[in-house]
Design a protein around this ligand. Structure first.
Ligand code: P6P
Length: 278
């Protein structure tokens, strides 16, 4: 089995244990992640679990996590960048969250153009996994850690329905606020505070997700290596677009492992309109 298949299978096989470990780990850990965000005990749990599983795979050369300062060198081969439990603050309110994985054929930090696959596991009412590789996107149900395909060659619906925008309204830039004025007249608001769940709605119904650059934080909140690039790879493989406001996220120059980037993802014409408005 090739390395990429092993990575995807290990992430799927880990999902039931990670999900099963959430209930007892709803408390805050007494640590911060490299982005200065308070870690939940579940963040640490999921990160340690996946680090152990993924670094053991023959053909994985580097491992990095949103929860760790530095890249771990574990041999030769592909680089795996994960957000082990994206949206972990949703544990408190029992809302959706999950794991994001980017597989790069280059040392980290890497360009999105070096991605050979990306995926996310969504802990919703059921556990699903969406995988983009070789230009196509597949949605699976994760059953006992095994992948059962339910949607092959998944593409964004042509007629968009939902939008979800992060950041506080007073902190949006004038350009983004002008864009929101247009969009909110056309689409329905769906924002759950975990990008996996919000982007899964965009993939399901069509629409746009954004965590934009803010007045207080022009670089936005989300991390390029662990969130922006992998999700952009999925959306673009599904016929959509991504943007930092000017260009595809996959073309953003990697400068540091935890660099943040404004993230806009969705139907191509909605992203085109965003770029012409910003
Ligand atoms: P806010 C979760 O913490 C996350 O990294 C993304 O999954 C999500 O889109 C965003 O931050 C939510 O941020 O400011 O709305 O809590």
């Amino acid at each position: 089995m090739e390395t990429l298949d092993k990575i995807i299978d290990v992430v799927a096989a880990s999902a039931p244990d990670i999900r099963g470990g959430l209930a007892g780990r709803r408390r805050k850990a007494d640590e911060e992640n490299p982005s200065g965000e308070t870690q939940m005990a579940a963040d640490v749990w999921a990160d340690e679990y996946l680090e152990s599983e993924l670094t053991a795979i023959e053909g994985v050369g580097e491992f990095a996590s949103e929860e760790r300062e530095d890249v771990i060198d574990c041999g030769e081969g592909l680089s795996v960048a994960i957000d082990p439990l994206d949206g972990s603050s949703n544990i408190k309110s029992n809302n959706s969250m999950g794991t994001i994985v980017g597989v790069y054929d280059a040392p980290l930090p890497a360009s999105g153009r070096d991605l050979v696959a990306s995926a996310y596991v969504l802990f919703g009412p059921i556990t699903t996994m969406v995988v983009a590789r070789a230009g196509t996107v597949t949605e699976y149900v994760v059953e006992d850690g095994n992948l059962r395909p339910v949607k092959k060659d998944l593409t964004l619906p042509h007629d968009p329905v939902v939008y979800g925008f992060g950041g506080r309204v007073p902190d949006w830039t004038d350009g983004f606020a002008d864009y929101v004025d247009e969009i909110e007249d056309e689409l329905k608001l769906r924002y759950g505070g975990a990008m996996i769940g919000d982007i899964n709605q965009v993939l399901t119904y069509g629409g746009v997700f954004a965590y934009p650059g803010l007045q207080s934080r022009p670089e936005g909140k989300l991390r390029l290596q662990f969130e922006g690039n992998p999700m952009a790879y999925i959306l673009e493989s599904a016929g959509g677009r991504s943007s930092d406001g000017e260009q595809s996220l996959l073309d953003v120059e990697p400068e540091s492992l935890h660099q943040r980037v404004p993230v806009h993802l969705g139907n191509d014409d909605l992203i085109d309109r965003l770029e012409s408005t910003l």
